[in-house]
Design a protein around this ligand. Sequence first.
Ligand code: 3EB
Length: 338
Amino acid sequence: MWVVTLRPTHTLQFDAAASRRLAPLRVEYSHARAADVLAQADTLAAIGFGDATLNHDDPRWLRVRLQADASAPMEIWRTTGRVTHGRDGEVAWASDGNYGFAALNVDESAHDGIAGAARHAYAALAQWSRRSATPHFLRVWNYLDAINEGSGDAERYRRFCAGRAAGMDAAFTAAYPAATAIGLRDGRRVLQVYALTARVPGRTVENPRQTNAWRYPRQYGPAAPGFARAMRAPSVAPQLYISGTAAIVGHASHHPEDLAAQLEETLVNLRSLLAAAGSGTALCGASPLKIYVRHAQDLAAVRDLLRARLGEAVPLLLLEGDICRRELLLEIEGIHSG
Ligand code: 3EB
């Protein structure tokens, strides 16, 4: 009998690919002082939530006006390299050469409404990315006022989707980033978009339990939402950026009016997504989750249910915000390392 020993002739090629991989971004929820965090050279971005948050004149600082209890932590992104930052037109940016942070606020009134503002925001981000060392979009967050206002195709979320689709060019459509789109309630009509980008592309992951969002049927609006269910980072250790995930199976919302059942369905979706990504581990201390809850009076119940299901180790950041379909009561996003 012949025994064939396979020689690792592909080693060189594999090493070349590995050298294109990045150290994982470090993401944490923290109650530190924003000024102290911004003084640190490895801070790529710091995001504060709620009215209690102060303004800082630093391109790495972002204030998201979602209602949060006064003790809501801020989210901090840290890199391993030295971070530079600046402003390029409307886009505030930071980069260490491997990862990029880019953010802008667009006044709807200057762009004939939410669709024009979305189109403008995405065109500006695409333009910025082409001049950047980190042109590949991994993850995008979108916050807009009164997301459920208007009916049918006139609903503001649907008009946002149409404008986003019009503003997205190959910088986004080659591989849709993971995303979140959540409603503010501040009446300011300023679209807020921020993104995490990278020097090398990630890999999109879709959820076998859910229709790919970019293939949603016409009944959900004239332009399907351009996002992937998750994005695997191009990192040496596995890291998965999980899009806002809700109680949607196929393309239909499930369990209207039932908070606990929506939460369970969402957790099933998250597990399905982790499995599809080939992630070996469950949600854990290295999986900070952000939870958007439609009704303030549900916040405590959602926190208790999640603690009961996931344990004490998983970092949770709960925010009050509107989900893009009226019947949905909560949505969960996260970053999973492992
Ligand atoms: C969904 O699964 C819920 O339009 O960017 C989740 C994540 C949702 C991102 C977006 C929308 C978006 O369709 C809504």
